[in-house]
Design a protein around this ligand. Structure first.
Ligand SMILES: Nc1ncnc2c1ncn2[C@@H]1O[C@H](COP(=O)(O)OP(=O)(O)OP(=O)(O)O)[C@@H](O)[C@H]1O
Length: 337
């Protein structure tokens, strides 16, 4: 169990992380996301003991750190995985993983689990980015850390590799059964591999929750927009239902009472019909996504909503279309902006 209470971190007079609270159970993976400069790496460095904390505490059971009680990085039993792999270039895979390791049996386990058996004698320079990251993770896990911090481990890899490796990393972390905090810039990665997602803005946590809840019931508009395509439409919220100009839906109030609200619409909540006679909007832009197309439609009332349609449906900017809400799950509604 890793618990962080009211943690604040300053660089000089500049507070970059404020009153961070989080706790992770054994084997839980928390994905930390937020715009550039919001304090993600600073949090990891403070948890690792590489920079001092200004307020609050970090507690892992075996040790507790506060501003007055600094615990040295080497005493924290923390494993770190970085985007640049941080391998020793002059050592081969086996030697990198076993560096300063007393019991090398564990290394064999992680070498096999991470598919590195055939690379034991290779030097890092001869490995692909994905293989290097597997070595870095095997090395970290072989040292049996009490918690693991991953700072954008996939950001230097190409898209196809990222997809496989993210699941392999998750599998290995679950097998190791230690809490992990994984910083990423990739919303899709955050939503798909994490047990929970923490969204940061300017050093403050906006929401920590399951990926499903963060996506469908964001605590505010920033979280809504940060985690995916989001549009907002005016509605009237009464008795767990919201009515809008493009249809009604079950709804859940996030920060408002009954009456006038703004409704969060994800592209999948909005259906699009290519029927000029029923038209209630005009397509302003279309993004081809491979298996689908994301279409933005300006409604007669000037609100812009997005709808995702199959790639088989060819929609073009300027098309007059009909859009309507089609969902059985509750939509999040907010105080009218
Ligand atoms: N050593 C430092 N001294 C002073 N300010 C710093 C230092 N390191 C980072 N900062 C500032 O602290 C804030 C948080 O930086 P941090 O690197 O933690 O953000 P981040 O969310 O990890 O960003 P990115 O996504 O770009 O990696 C930024 O405003 C940054 O400029």
């Amino acid at each position: 169990m890793l618990s962080v209470n009211k943690l604040s971190i300053d660089y000089g007079s500049n507070r970059v992380v404020s009153e961070l609270d989080l706790s992770l159970t054994e084997s839980e993976i928390l994905m930390l996301v937020g715009p550039t400069g919001c304090g993600k790496s600073t949090i990891l460095q403070a948890l690792a003991g590489l920079i001092p904390i200004s307020e609050g505490e970090v507690n892992i059971g075996k040790w507790r750190a506060t501003p007055k009680l600094h615990v040295l990085p080497e005493k924290r039993r923390v494993g770190m995985v970085f985007q640049d792999f941080a391998l020793f270039p002059h050592l081969n895979v086996q030697q990198n993983i076993c560096f300063r390791l007393k019991d090398t049996k564990l290394a064999d386990h992680w070498i096999s689990l991470l598919g590195l058996d055939d690379f034991r004698n290779k030097k890092p320079a001869t490995l692909s980015g994905g293989q290097k990251q597997r070595v870095a993770l095997a090395r970290t896990l072989a040292h049996q850390p009490d918690f693991i911090l991953l700072d954008e481990p996939l950001s230097n890899l190409d898209a196809a590799l990222k997809d496989t490796l993210r699941w392999d990393i998750r599998h290995a972390l679950k097998e190791a059964a230690v809490p992990a905090i994984w910083v990423t810039h990739d919303q899709e990665e955050a939503l798909s591999v994490g047990d929970r997602v923490g969204v940061l803005k300017a050093g403050k946590i906006q929401q920590i929750d399951t990926p499903e809840h963060c996506f469908s019931m964001p605590s505010n508009r920033f979280v809504a927009r940060f985690l995916g395509e989001a549009s907002f439409i005016a509605g009237d919220y009464q008795q767990a239902t919201v009515s809008t100009s493009i249809g009604n839906a079950p709804a859940l109030a996030i920060n408002c009472q009954h009456g006038k609200v703004d409704v969060l619409l994800r592209p999948d909540d909005v259906m699009l019909l290519q029927d000029e006679n029923l038209s209630n909007g005009v397509v302003t832009w279309v993004r081809f996504e491979g298996g689908s197309r994301l279409c933005a439609v300006e409604l007669t009332c000037k609100t812009l909503v997005t709808s995702r349609v199959s790639h088989e449906i060819v929609v073009r900017p300027g098309d007059a279309v009909h859009v309507y809400i089609n969902t059985t799950h509750p939509l999040a509604v907010y105080h009218r902006a």
